[in-house]
Design a protein around this ligand. Structure first.
Ligand SMILES: C[S@@+](CC[C@H](N)C(=O)[O-])C[C@H]1O[C@@H](n2cnc3c(N)ncnc32)[C@H](O)[C@@H]1O
Length: 274
């Protein structure tokens, strides 16, 4: 859990008043762009609109809530093992939807390895959450469950990160309005690809929330993920690589790519067709 570093007076610091889930959403999510990518890619691959969406490792379920904003026919199922994060999502994301949209989001407290849901059009596992599986067998077993959860023409969406900087022990700071987001790659073991990362937040008054979130993952490579998806039954697993703007920075537009570029640090989507 997070450690708040307070000042010596009794006045609440900015860290005391902040909410880690709000800070997380602001720092690492862009659910509008994500849902547009999901729907556009699904339509391009299947020739139809996807309506029923499942979000594994949904956390605060921001993507599920954005999904149902597309209209009355759209439904979302969010799955997460942690009751407190689902509770936060219900109170802060689901409850802020127009009341007619709220009933079309179901949040299920469960392990993604055991949850049973109706067959869905699209299934997503974002922000690298499936990196918790640290053997080929356990990751393949999760991919098999994802395969089973989809309709016959369903599509499974994942994201990943890589590049030589992903294997470095380092801190990266990003300024946001009112706080700084700190991504800390604290440990990397090159023999196992074990990586431990922390998310911390710093505030203009000097207060901090240290280690608001900690992840222990295996840093999977693109060929390993693609091979395991195929072994799990998917007919095709394609990497969608990010395009560049004129300065060489990522432009947020992802297109199917067979090779990628030797960037120092990159994020990509993996799109697996049943
Ligand atoms: C990195 S967060 C991702 C949140 C969100 N998907 C996003 O894109 O930001 C990982 C989430 O996975 C959940 N989780 C971890 N293991 C799980 C499991 N076996 N089954 C379901 N949820 C799990 C955690 O509770 C946490 O909310």
């Amino acid at each position: 859990m997070s450690a708040k570093i307070a000042n010596k007076s009794n006045t609440p610091t900015m860290a005391d008043q902040a909410d880690i889930h709000n800070l997380y959403e602001e720092s690492v999510q862009n659910v509008e762009v994500e849902v547009e990518f999901l729907q556009t890619t699904f339509k391009a691959l299947t020739g139809r609109t996807g309506y029923l969406f499942r979000e594994d490792f949904c956390g605060t379920a921001g993507t599920s809530c954005q999904w149902v904003r597309q209209g009355r026919e759209f439904q979302a199922i969010g799955v997460d093992i942690e009751p407190s994060v689902l509770e936060w999502g219900r109170n802060n994301n689901v409850s802020r939807l127009p009341s007619e949209d709220q009933a079309r989001v179901s949040l299920i407290e469960s392990d993604v390895m055991t949850v049973v849901t109706p067959s869905v059009d699209l299934l997503a596992a974002f922000n690298f959450s499936y990196f918790i599986f640290d053997t080929r067998d356990s990751l393949r077993a999760y991919f098999c469950r994802a395969y089973e959860a989809l309709k016959d023409d369903g599509v499974f969406f994942l994201d990943m990160f890589g590049g030589p900087e992903a294997q470095q022990e380092m801190k990266e700071k990003t300024k946001h309005k009112g706080f700084t987001y700190v991504w800390h790659q604290a440990k990397f073991h090159p023999i196992t690809n074990f990586i431990r990362c922390h998310i911390s937040f710093r505030f203009p008054d000097g207060s901090r929330i240290k280690k608001a979130f900690t992840y222990e993952w295996r840093l999977w490579s693109a060929p390993e993920i693609r091979e395991l998806l195929t072994e799990a039954g998917f007919s095709k697993a394609t990497i969608y690589w990010e395009g560049e703007d004129e300065d060489g920075d990522g432009n947020g537009e992802f297109t199917a790519d067979e090779k990628g570029e030797a960037d120092l640090a990159w994020i990509a989507y993996i799109v697996a067709e049943k």
